[in-house]
Design a binder for this molecule. Structure first.
Ligand SMILES: Cc1cc2nc3c(=O)[nH]c(=O)nc-3n(C[C@H](O)[C@H](O)[C@H](O)COP(=O)(O)O)c2cc1C
Length: 255
């Protein structure tokens, strides 16, 4: 089976970069949990990520209850790995601690969309550092956007208070599969000097990538499709349309 290098042999490397380049989502895990000390290490690494003005607007729920894990696995697809992996987390934007501080000071918590954007951005910076730390310790990982199929139910299962906004899940554990790396667009198709390129340049890079992507799926035994075909399918209708209403109901302002 072909593997798809994501960097040229002439580029410089080091152990950190090697860990990053080794990433591929793992969806099959060996039995067993992740020891608490490794989770703590990953937490420290995750929290070391930059955070806007040090506001740290995120939290992570480690879901250890088996029945709750199964309920989330079911609503997320079903995606059984949510239940079967070594550890499952829900990454949340956490505006609640700010609400508590402001209210304790006798003020009223009042923000706009900016607080929501900062919450999702900083939570994701944390999550990727956390994930990379777990991968550097030898664990496999897979983010789970599928929890957004039914956030009200996730909210109920996890009993989340106002201000805590679940964003996505994360499966982690000892890998029980070794999939090939999913190819990415060439760096030149995403790194621009001073200005965004013409649409012709963009479409030409996409055309080139389409063939690489189709070959990757063919080699993987999946239904062959170009990246453009996959994108068309994904972005020609709205999905998960209740998100704004849900996040507003949890105290986020999207205005
Ligand atoms: C926020 C986010 C949510 C995702 N949700 C899912 C998911 O619900 N199920 C799944 O199998 N993969 C999920 N993925 C994994 C992506 O499909 C995967 O990262 C992408 O296809 C690239 O493949 P790679 O991670 O193996 O390089 C998600 C990834 C991200 C970043």
């Amino acid at each position: 089976m072909t593997d798809y290098p994501t960097h040229s042999q002439t580029e410089s490397t080091n152990p950190t970069i090697s860990t990053m380049l080794a990433h591929r989502s793992i969806r099959k895990f060996k039995p067993g949990t992740i020891p608490q000390n490794n989770i703590q290490t990953a937490m420290r690494a995750g929290q070391a990520a930059a955070t806007s003005s040090a506001v740290q607007p995120y939290c992570i729920i480690h879901v250890t209850d088996s029945a709750n894990r199964q309920a989330i696995a079911d609503l997320a697809g079903p995606q059984q790995m949510v239940h079967d992996c070594g550890a499952f987390f829900v990454i949340c934007a956490d505006l609640r601690k700010h609400m508590l501080i402001v209210e304790a000071a006798g003020e009223s918590y009042s923000t706009g969309l900016e607080a929501f954007v900062v919450g999702t951005v900083d939570a994701s910076l944390f999550a990727q550092n956390f994930t990379l730390a777990l991968e550097s310790l030898g664990y496999g990982t897979c983010y789970i956007g599928g929890i957004r199929n039914d956030l009200p139910q996730v909210n109920e299962i996890l009993n989340l208070p106002t201000g805590v906004l679940p964003l996505y899940g994360l499966c982690a554990g000892v890998p029980d599969e070794s999939p090939s790396h999913r190819p990415r667009l060439e760096p030149d198709a995403m790194l621009f000097e001073n200005a965004y390129p013409s649409d012709e340049v963009t479409m030409s890079a996409i055309k080139q990538y389409d063939e690489v992507y189709k070959q990757y799926l063919t080699d993987r035994g999946a239904k062959p499709s170009t990246w453009s075909e996959a994108i068309c399918k994904k972005f020609s209708y709205a999905t998960r349309v209740g998100l704004a209403a849900f996040y507003r109901s949890k105290g986020a302002s999207l205005d």
